[in-house]
Design a protein around this ligand. Structure first.
Ligand SMILES: Nc1ncnc2c1ncn2[C@@H]1O[C@H](COP(=O)(O)OP(=O)(O)O)[C@@H](O)[C@H]1O
Ligand SMILES: Cc1cn([C@H]2C[C@H](O)[C@@H](COP(=O)(O)O)O2)c(=O)[nH]c1=O
Ligand SMILES: [Zn+2]
Length: 200
């Protein structure tokens, strides 16, 4: 069970929201899997969800770039998470940026009912704009962990995922062949170069 607390003389599970955010390759999924596996070792009930559009490495599992994985339930909308994740000690959600804004209310509702909710997602899209429900989730979270990849151009800490293929759609599944993690300075240079290419 989750840590227990007392409310109005009743023993309750203590709910909370933990957000793990950062660029691509920053270790969000590995950190999510680490926390979820520790909860399983503690014999807590764990349910893991991901958006069904995320078929990059596997249909069902949450998989890190290193190949670590954990079984999950793909869902089409955040409402399904509330339905399927109730009465669970710990709910894990990966690729949260792809969910609808209602995910914020769903996580709040689960946490208020006593569930520990651990959410991982991209804080910024390839244009450097806050992605989907992520900024709202960071605001309501009890704890936010920002993780960093290494900038592939200079070795500093990366903060954003630069798209290296010509496609303006916000959602474009991919890995190293389509994205590179960059620090702020290298990202500025890369964007200037991209803009010049588009003007030519
Ligand atoms: N530039 C990079 N910086 C850090 N890790 C990288 C980089 N490129 C590839 N990786 C790999 O990505 C792994 C993290 O994968 P993952 O947890 O799936 O990240 P995320 O979910 O944030 O995209 C690292 O352990 C490392 O093996
Ligand atoms: C920046 C950015 C990324 N995506 C896609 C690319 C990947 O399939 C996922 C992120 O996965 P990770 O676990 O964080 O490596 O999101 C996108 O669709 N749009 C973007 O702007
Ligand atoms: Zn750099």
């Amino acid at each position: 069970m989750s840590p227990i607390t007392e409310r109005n003389g009743e023993m309750m599970r203590r709910g909370r929201i933990e957000v793990i955010c950062g660029s691509m390759f920053s270790g969000k999924t590995e950190e999510l899997i680490r926390r979820l596996k520790r909860a399983e070792f503690a014999r807590q009930s764990v349910e893991i969800f991901k958006p069904s559009i995320d078929t990059r490495y596997a249909e069902q599992d949450v998989v890190s770039h290193e190949g670590n994985s954990i079984p999950s339930t793909p869902v089409d909308s955040s409402a399904s998470i509330l339905l399927l994740g109730s009465d669970t000690d710990v709910v894990g959600i990966d690729e949260a940026q792809f969910f609808d804004e209602n995910l914020i209310d769903v996580c709040n509702e689960l946490a208020n009912r006593g569930t520990r909710v651990i959410v991982a997602g991209l804080d910024l899209d390839f244009k450097g704009i806050p992605f989907g429900p992520m900024p709202g989730l960071c605001a309501v979270a009890d704890e936010v962990t920002k993780v960093h990849a290494i900038c592939v151009r200079c070795g500093a800490l990366a903060y954003v995922s630069h798209r290296t293929v010509d496609n303006e759609k916000r959602v474009l599944l991919g890995e190293q062949t389509a994205y590179e993690p960059l620090c702020r300075a290298c990202y500025q240079k890369a964007i200037e170069k991209d803009n010049l290419k588009h003007q030519a």
